[in-house]
Design a protein around this ligand. Sequence first.
Ligand SMILES: C[S@@+](CC[C@H](N)C(=O)[O-])C[C@H]1O[C@@H](n2cnc3c(N)ncnc32)[C@H](O)[C@@H]1O
Length: 293
Amino acid sequence: MTPPDYEYLRKTLKDHSGLDLSSDKQYLIESRLLPLSRKAGLSGISELVQKMKGGAADLTTQVVEAMTTNETFFFRDKVPFDHFRNSIMPEILQARSNRKSIRIWCAAGSTGQEPYSLAMCLKEMGAAIAGWRIEIIATDLSQDVLEKSRSGIYSQFEVQRGLPIQLLVKYFRQTGELWQINADIRAMIAHRQLNLLHDFSQLGVFDVIFCRNVLIYFDQDTKINIFNRLAKTTEPNGFLVLGAAETVVGLTDTFKPYPERRGLYRPNSVRATPAKSPAVAAAMPRAAAMGAL
Ligand SMILES: C[S@@+](CC[C@H](N)C(=O)[O-])C[C@H]1O[C@@H](n2cnc3c(N)ncnc32)[C@H](O)[C@@H]1O
């Protein structure tokens, strides 16, 4: 790969996904894109770049997807899910007791372990949420990970990472070497492809947003831009949950840390009306069909 090839790929990745690679990540590009170029019948990365420059949009999409890091596992980091059960949900159940509806967004849900962990937390709440209408929307840039998330099918290795055995037995069915999460849990999640660099206001406003372990790949201006737009899609008394290596501190004052709850943030200011856009209901047929729990 020549230095101009590398610069072209860096810029393309930054423009398409926000991924901000430093000038010394040639090995990362080669390890992920050489297999892709071989699969496409190309001689190497230089030819791949030539095709991309020539307008091969499909190859560009594949390159962007190949360069995303999709690492995730059930109940990742544990603490955010403790906050969800013990701080977020009790407060929201009280605040929304009149309308009895909650909207939750996993903004980079990857292969589904994060949204399904939330869905299992909710199921475990049993009677406390009986009669409530709960929407969970899982979005990601990558169609491949969304497809896997929709299927709800995981390997033995994946279900052994972070998932308590009681929940595995209760909510999954084994088929050969694989495990599939039960249909009623799958039906709780509406999946949708979404690039966080683009406008997401059409999703409406959420009580809880999990946006974990994706902003770490972006530069400061991109993070600030996304935080400012996330603030507009968070209910005034809603919650933003970030990954362990992420924070709003020093970047924006649209959110403030929730005291003594690491990774948890609340919007700072009063915003315009939090009404749900009618387009959302139309765009989310599965979530809408889910109805009350
Ligand atoms: C490391 S995973 C994090 C998964 C999960 N949130 C967690 O913490 O376990 C990051 C995910 O962000 C997605 N992603 C990367 N850039 C994105 C973008 N610009 N918009 C939306 N999703 C993006 C990737 O496809 C990947 O699935």
